[in-house]
Design a protein around this ligand. Structure first.
Ligand SMILES: *Cc1c(COP(=O)(O)O)cnc(C)c1O
Length: 336
């Protein structure tokens, strides 16, 4: 199977499965799971935060961050394209009584500081209380410049707001910039990290932040049904993801470049290669091509894509350069 739909499709490698089988476990709701405790302590230190919480998903980690930062009637400013606005079922509003204030993202994925400033509500009972700014990095495969993060930090300090990073793919950003993860993390009060995407763990995300907020988030995690018991089995895999798979993201990025170039060699497929900076390739498919029929034909050969006129292909641990060659050959054949 060669699956380009997402980097979430990776399967745990044998090393991970061995670590999971061997993991020492306990009841994490009692705080008794040594593997969970070790991962949380190690992760907090590794990313430069006081504390960490192992969560069932990125959606949960983001929701817990919002619920830790914001009280009922507060609002968070975020991008119109933000995952934690657009793709998380409205959880902040539904479950947190927190109002989102989305702002159109700029082309490079940033949110203009001028637009953010205009969106901050005055202290007046007509308005929700603006409490938090939440951004995403990478956003749709784009890496936010470090200089922007520094400016945003200064901005939130000036306005006494807090700053959250949806860092589902923040390791892809650090890899693309060739900096340590702390160079990005240092600007944020809280940060979520997906372990089950490019890093290859089967399940889980981290929420990182100051101790008081993580204590609050831990309480909300239990309320939301996210108190897990022998979760050390998952944390054993997570530790391998964070210690052994980070370096491999570079290969995913190189493969995405290679894939972009190969796709551009096919008539009717157009990739802006300059915009491929991490593991995502966005392809414009000409109307003359029936990409839906092509996807069906590819599926019969165990190659999976999400067909669309603006198609996203994602590289990951389970896609090699040879797999990309196989895909391109098969694609050319089904287009004839
Ligand atoms: C995938 C993703 C999430 C949510 O993660 P799940 O584990 O699928 O809930 C959050 N933010 C971004 C940017 C993501 O890509």
């Amino acid at each position: 199977m060669i699956d380009f739909r997402s980097d979430t499709v990776t399967r745990p490698c044998s090393k991970m499965r061995d670590a999971m089988a061997q993991a020492e476990v306990g009841d994490d709701v009692y705080g008794d799971d040594p593997t969970v405790n070790e991962l949380e302590q190690w992760s907090a230190k590794r990313h430069g935060f006081e504390a960490a919480l192992f969560c069932s998903s990125g959606t949960q980690a983001n929701l817990l961050a919002l619920m830790a930062h914001c009280e009922r009637g507060d609002e968070y400013l975020c991008g119109q394209q933000a995952h934690n606005y657009k793709f998380e079922g409205g959880g902040a509003a539904v479950l947190g009584s927190i109002q989102p204030q989305p702002i159109e993202n700029e082309k490079d994925g940033t949110i203009s500081l001028t637009k953010l400033e205009q969106a901050i509500k005055p202290d007046d009972s007509h308005f929700a209380r603006t409490t938090l700014v939440s951004i995403e990095n990478t956003i749709n495969g784009k890496v936010l410049p470090l200089s922007y993060l520094a400016e945003l930090r200064t901005f939130v300090n000036k306005h006494q707001l807090s700053l959250h990073l949806d860092g589902a793919r923040v390791y892809n950003a650090a890899t693309a910039l060739d900096v340590d993860i702390t160079e990005i993390a240092q600007h944020f009060d809280t940060m979520s990290v997906c372990l089950s995407k490019g890093l290859g763990a089967p399940i889980g995300s981290l929420l990182l932040g100051p101790t008081d907020l993580i204590v609050k988030a831990r309480r909300w995690r239990k309320v939301l049904g996210g108190g897990m018991r022998q979760a050390g089995i998952l944390c054993a895999a997570a530790k391998i993801a964070l210690t052994q798979n980070v370096d491999k993201l570079k290969i995913d990025h190189e493969n995405a470049q290679y894939l972009a170039h190969q796709l551009n060699s096919i008539a009717g497929f157009d990739v802006n290669v300059e915009q491929v900076s991490t593991n995502m390739v966005f392809v414009k498919v000409d109307k003359s091509i029936d990409i839906y029929a092509a996807a069906t034909a590819l599926k019969a050969q165990d190659i999976i894509i999400s067909p669309s006129e603006h198609m996203r292909l994602v590289t990951h641990l389970d896609i090699s350069k040879t797999d990309i060659d196989s895909f391109i050959t098969a694609l050319k054949a089904v287009l004839i």
